[in-house]
Design a binder for this molecule. Structure first.
Ligand code: CDP
Ligand code: CDP
Ligand code: CDP
Length: 223
C-alpha cells in the first residue's frame, strides 16, 4: 500500500483540522496544520510590533523565524524558536490579524516553501486554504471541505465556550465571515476549490462521519 499526499482546503470552522487529525491517526499519516504556521508568523509580528506595511521588516522577521510543528498522532504542538505558542495562536487577537498577515507575499513565499519540504516524504495530510491550488497542485487527493456559515459558527462558538470564552454566537459568526471574505478575495492564493478537488459539505455530518468520509477517500486512492 502506497501512502499518498492529501490536500484539504476550505473555510474556517469546516472541521478540516479535527477531521484531518483523526484520519491521519487512523491511517498513520503525518498531519500538517498550515493555518498554525500563518498564526505563528502573525503571533511573532504582533509580539515584535512589526508594521505589516513594512515588507522588508516582515521579510526579515519571517526569514529569521524558526517555526516547528511537533506532530504527534493527534496533537500538533507549535513552537516559535523555544517558545510554545500552541494556545496563544488560537486567541481572538491573533485570529483577527491572521488574514492580513497571510495576504503578504513575503510570508506566503516562505511558508509555502516550508510546507512543500514537509510534504516531500509523502504519507501526509496538509490542511489550509491554498494546498490543492498552490502548495501541492499535484496532490494525489484533494478535498474541499465546507459547511454553512451558521454551522461553522455554531461549532466554533461551542468550542470556544468549552474553553471559557464569553464571546457571543453573533460575534463568532461575524469574525468567521470576515476572515472567509478576506481569505477568498485576496490577490495571492485566495481560498478556492481546485477544479479536481472533491467537494464535501458537512453541514449535516458530525466530526466522526466527516473523518470517515475522508479516511475512505484516502484508502481508495492508496494502492
Ligand atoms: O482553523 P481556522 O479555520 O480558524 O484557521 P486556520 O486554518 O488556523 O488558518 C488561519 C488563517 O491562516 C486563515 O484564515 C488564512 O488567512 C490563513 N491561511 C492561509 O492563508 N493559507 C493556508 N494554507 C492556511 C491558512
Ligand atoms: O480546521 P477548521 O477551521 O476547518 O475546523 P476545526 O477547527 O477542525 O473544527 C471546528 C470545530 O467544529 C471543532 O470543535 C470540531 O470538533 C467541530 N466540528 C463539528 O462539530 N462537526 C464537524 N462535522 C466538524 C467539526
Ligand atoms: O472567530 P474566529 O473564527 O475568527 O476565530 P477562531 O480562529 O475561531 O478563534 C477564536 C477562538 O476559538 C479562540 O480564542 C480559541 O479559544 C478557539 N479556538 C480553539 O479553541 N481551537 C481552534 N482550533 C481554533 C479556535
Amino acid at each position: 500500500m502506497r501512502k499518498i499526499t492529501v490536500a484539504i482546503d476550505g473555510p474556517a470552522g469546516a472541521g478540516k483540522s479535527s477531521a484531518a487529525k483523526m484520519a491521519a491517526a487512523r491511517l498513520r499519516y503525518l498531519y500538517i496544520d498550515t493555518g498554525a504556521m500563518y498564526r505563528a508568523v502573525t503571533w511573532a509580528v504582533l509580539t515584535e510590533r512589526i508594521d505589516i506595511d513594512d515588507a522588508a521588516a516582515v521579510k526579515r522577521l519571517t526569514d529569521a523565524l524558526q517555526i516547528r510543528l511537533e506532530p504527534g498522532p493527534h496533537l500538533c504542538r507549535v513552537y516559535v524558536g523555544e517558545t510554545e505558542v500552541t494556545e496563544t495562536i488560537r486567541t481572538p487577537y491573533v485570529s483577527s490579524h491572521v488574514s492580513s498577515v497571510a495576504a503578504l507575499a513575503v510570508v506566503r513565499e516562505k511558508l509555502v516553501q516550508l510546507q512543500r519540504e514537509m510534504a516531500a516524504s509523502g504519507g501526509v495530510i496538509l490542511d489550509g486554504r491554498d494546498i490543492g491550488t498552490v502548495v501541492l497542485p499535484q496532490a494525489d487527493l484533494k478535498i474541499y471541505l465546507t459547511a454553512s456559515v451558521a454551522s461553522r459558527a455554531r461549532r466554533r462558538f461551542l468550542e470556544m465556550h468549552a474553553s471559557g470564552s464569553t464571546e457571543t454566537l453573533e460575534a463568532v459568526q461575524r469574525s468567521i465571515a470576515a476572515r472567509d471574505d478576506m481569505d477568498s478575495h485576496r490577490e495571492l492564493s485566495p481560498l478556492r476549490r481546485a477544479e479536481d478537488a472533491i467537494l464535501i459539505d458537512n453541514s449535516e455530518l458530525n466530526l466522526d462521519e466527516t473523518a470517515d468520509v475522508i479516511t475512505d477517500l484516502i484508502r481508495a486512492r492508496e494502492r
